[in-house]
Design a binder for this molecule. Sequence first.
Ligand SMILES: [Zn+2]
Ligand SMILES: [Zn+2]
Length: 649
Amino acid sequence: MGFYKVLPSSLRYHGQDALTYSSSDQLSIGSVVVVPLQKQEVPGIVVSKDTKPQFATRSIIRVVSPDPLPPALLDLLKWIRNYYPAPLGSINSQFLPSSLVQTPKKEPEPVKSRAKRPHPLPNLTTEQKTVLKTIAGQAKSGSSWLLHGETGSGKTRIYLELAKQTMSEGKSVLVLTPEIGLVPQLAGVFSGALEAPVSVFHSNLAPATRRDTWTGILQNKGPQVVIGPRSALFSPMKNIGLIVVDEAHEPSYKQEQAPHYHALRVAAKLAELHKAKLITGSATPGVGEYYFAIAKNIPILRMEKLAIDSPHPKPDIEVVNLRDRKTFTRHPYLSDALLKALQATLNSNEQALVFLNRRGSARLVLCQNCGWQATCPVCNLPLTYHHDSHLLRCHTCGYKQTTPTRCPSCNSTDILFKSAGTKAIAEALGSMFPKATIRRFDTDNSATEKLEKHYEAIVKGDVDILVGTQMLGKGLDLPNLSLIGVINADSSLQFPDFTAEERTYQLLYQIIGRIGRGHKPGHAVIQTFQPAGPSLQAAIKKDWGAFYEAEIEQRRKFGFPPFYHILRLSVARKTQKTAELAATDLRHKLGADHYKIQIVGPSPAFYEKSRGSFHWQLVIKAKDRAELLKIIASLPASCKYDIDPINLL
Ligand SMILES: [Zn+2]
Ligand SMILES: [Zn+2]
């Protein structure tokens, strides 16, 4: 009888270390087993041999796979435990699908290649050749590259070429994509072009499929390709030679639940453990990532030319000033220019998308006459109006002030702004264009229509006007779309957060890019309070450099990432008062403990009241991330945290 330490993979496991189990089998480190945990059977990973303990042990139920997990994956698990502290059960669960406890009815089929003979790929453009040459030349010195390529410049072509090279060296390729919805399309491209087996791996697979895919990837001997969202990082691949992170700026790469990891950081660690190449691709790289690439000498590869010439490369972009009320004669949020463009689109039987900034429901104090806006003197972020107390408040640092009754700049009394919702906009459009088919879709509200449900009707062009807060999926090709109207392009209306400007730039870039790629000459009408705003102007000119310079300066000036590491702490209580008290208490405790940190707040969370509780938060800033890890270790269980948050809402 042998004894083994096993990490149980279950969210119910709250212990801080591996548990000891007995087994009559000889097990190697990294073996995946099924163990009893309380009254359940859960998968687990054997992490070490143990001596016979003093206490009674339960025995391992069975061994899931004769192959142990690759050593690099075990090292990754160890690293995550230190870098993203979280309940151990939640970390282990990233690595093992829970369906591993079910015994398959038949042996899972080995992963296999789908294409008999790979399709020929389009010729490389001059720019693509240059990029590949640069990578080949630098492959020895650095193993990481940031591929900054415009939409349509052919980043996927680069990935495929590198994948082919990697496979010819007998190594495997991991490709990450931000949305599960984009996985099938990308998998099609890879399996069409490569001879190696291509697996898709994500959490939406049926449990049995997920288990069989997982086992297939583990047991596969030769080079293979695995494609999936961030969770694919934990698939049991051996011998990885290349990791691709596509659309690397997308917020979905950050996990909102514990462990709060960011896929880019984990991908970099995994690449290091495998000594693999890492390529992160984006048309609009994250400001923080770009800054680090420069600081750490990670080569930035630029691709600016369209791989395939578009018949309509220059979209027609019209900017409407929301302050110029003379141009809003028919509706307070729908400018005459937008309505005219909509009419023209309907007349020619084409499709229009009317876009509202997500989370545009915060009440902000903004002069509708001159554009003055109440902002926090500490964080430079918009203040939010609180109806109950009639106060203006910063949701990042807690700064508050009384609400002015007149604009300090022009003396107008028209200073409160609340953006319209999709419902109001869709209804207004319905009465103005009674013959048009109008569909509304939102990301935030699950009760309203999801875009996917009407996918076919939308693609066929049966829907005339789409109204939504969700940008159309990148893989969605709408041949009939010719107009995009943006109701409110201003980042400050989107949400009061340090990443708002960056998100706005990315969004506008995407909107303008989509219109420019269409089958029809495209037209965009962008309504804004700040027609000369740097993000908007940079997006229109596709001048990413100008945007980056302006944005990084703001981050530096107001002490946000990448210049500080951030930890967000939040407490929930039954009343506003007790939540504020608990957050204040926590602040005093942390302040007394001599960490090298800055404590910002307490402040009410942006979503102050949810699930019957009031939420207050503290934002901790540190130059040294290790200080934040020390704080996490000392937190009371009732305090929630997010390390390296990508927003503070
Ligand atoms: Zn004013
Ligand atoms: Zn503030």
